[in-house]
Write a protein that binds this ligand. Structure first.
Ligand code: ADP
Length: 473
């Protein structure tokens, strides 16, 4: 795209550092800067949650007004905040509420989530058509899934990126009218999914190109075990599906400059961080490796298996420091394990502690049952914190397993286990302890890990090439 900037509207429900519940926010927040060097001018459309409205402050200008958007008046504001060019859907009746962006009191979805995100998609289509004519609209996950549908009568090309196919954006059929959908499209080849509306399916059906966040997950999505009922749709669109790995924000996650840790550019610098972490978490000094976890605690992430596999680590003198939140049952189970001498648990969400864990840990555990890409294993690589991961999705694509051959060739960066069971995780923890006892192998793993490319460079070029292909088509 030499010489000119392609205008891309990115539509997302979260975007770091303004509002984040998971990896989607990291990716949406990092893409604009990553793509700026690849000839792309990206603007990001976000809902006007309180945190976003506070960040844009009084400097915002009004780009568009709506007398009525799914239950109340709305405006689109244009602003720059946190280094991002933003378009913000200021619709207080939909987004001005305290608490989680998706969940209301009692941890249940806000009842009007279908309308909230249909409104985001509807306004995205209007912006792309009229107010900020976009050459391409890039939609993220189900919350943006209806955008390609609302653009179906235009020639504006769309890209739909699946960050996690587990979330479909399901709504009962009675909401078709309020969501401004055409009932004529409520059928198997349209947005209908087992008698209800699926916003994600609409995106998968109507978008010009589909991407997901790793090549292995792209393959897995077409299989029944991983497709969450949409594997048939994915197979039908196989020719338009591409896996592009996520990168990490290399400025925020850089051990040499990280202000939240004792910075280091050599693995030897981890010792001070480990000692500080053990102290902060109330862990004694120990012989074995300190394994860390930074994660949502849900079935997807596989930490129920860690509860069973933990003895394999503790019996060898290893330790566990976990930061996470999610399912109450898992939170309680880990809380109970924290009584053990070499286990420390913090339930909650804490960015600063996440940095200290990843800097101070010797290894990071990611035993996910499925993992579209995964970011924490990439942070681990960058910080010389050896990833121990399930062989699935992006975890399969980003870690080089320390098999005898890979050790021999000197290319290993971590450990992978398969099948994804507690038994096999136990085996991986034992192998980790073996490697720990070989300072030579351990140093090699750390060196290799820290020199892996985990930034956005290659992936930004892949997205730019995808946009270019769409424009040429
Ligand atoms: P997912 O999006 O499925 O949650 P990812 O690995 O793609 O998983 O991204 C998770 C992101 O959220 C990472 O940036 C990770 O550091 C962060 N994160 C998850 N849980 C916590 C927590 N309890 N405290 C701080 N950061 C967290």
């Amino acid at each position: 795209m030499a010489g000119r900037q392609v205008k891309v509207l990115s539509v997302t429900s979260e975007c770091a550092p303004l509002v984040k519940t998971g990896g989607l926010a990291d990716v949406a927040g990092a893409l604009p800067a990553a793509l700026a060097g690849a000839g792309v001018e990206m603007r990001t459309l976000l809902p006007g949650y309180p945190a976003v409205m506070a960040a844009i402050g009084a400097d915002a200008t009004v780009l568009r007004t709506e007398r009525e958007l799914m239950g109340g008046p709305a405006r689109v504001l244009e602003a720059r905040a946190a280094g991002l060019d933003l378009l913000v859907l200021d619709a207080p009746h939909l987004f001005d509420r305290e608490g989680s962006i998706y969940l209301g009191p009692g941890g249940k979805d806000w009842p009007d989530n279908p309308e909230r995100f249909a409104a985001l998609c509807w306004i995205a289509a209007e912006i792309a058509r009229q107010d900020w004519p976009a050459e391409i609209v890039h939609c993220h996950d189900w919350q943006a899934g209806l955008t390609p549908y609302f653009l179906r009568d235009t020639t504006i090309p769309t890209v739909m990126t699946i960050h996690n196919i587990a979330f479909h954006g399901i709504a009962p059929a009675e909401r078709i009218g309020p969501m401004r959908l055409d009932p004529a499209d409520f059928h198997r080849e349209g947005y209908e999914f087992w008698g209800r509306v699926s916003a994600l399916k609409a995106g998968l059906v109507w978008a010009g190109k589909l991407t997901t966040v790793s090549p292995t997950y792209a393959q897995e999505l077409m299989r029944q075990e991983f497709g969450m009922g949409l594997d048939g749709v994915m197979r039908a669109r196989r020719g338009d599906l591409l896996g592009i790995l996520n990168g990490i924000d290399e400025a925020t996650w850089n051990p040499a400059t990280d202000p939240l840790i004792a910075p280091y550019s050599d693995p030897s610098g981890k010792a001070a961080n480990k000692a500080a972490l053990q102290k902060a978490m109330g862990l004694p000094e120990a012989e074995g490796p300190l394994c860390v976890v930074v994660s949502r605690l849900t079935g997807q992430k596989g930490f129920d298996m860690l509860l069973d596999a933990l003895p394999a680590l503790l019996e060898r003198g290893g330790q566990l420091a976990l930061l996470g939140s999610g399912d109450a049952e898992l939170e309680q189970a880990f809380h109970a394990r924290a009584a053990e001498r070499d286990v420390a648990v913090r339930i909650g969400y804490d960015e600063a502690l996440a940095h200290r864990l990843i800097a101070g840990g010797d290894a990071i555990l990611v035993p996910s049952r499925f993992e579209p890409c995964g970011l924490t294993q990439l942070y681990g690589l960058r910080y010389g914190t050896i990833p121990v991961v399930a062989l699935t999705g992006g975890l399969a694509d980003t870690v080089i397993n320390a098999s005898p051959a890979a050790l021999d060739k000197g290319v290993a960066t971590g450990l992978q286990f398969h099948p994804v069971t507690a038994e096999s995780l136990s085996g991986a923890l034992s192998r980790l302890c073996d490697l720990w006892q070989s300072p030579e192998n351990w140093a090699m793993l750390q060196r290799n890990a820290m020199s892996q490319p985990v930034g956005w460079k290659n992936s930004a070029l892949a997205y730019a090439a995808l946009y270019e292909g769409l424009l040429e088509a």
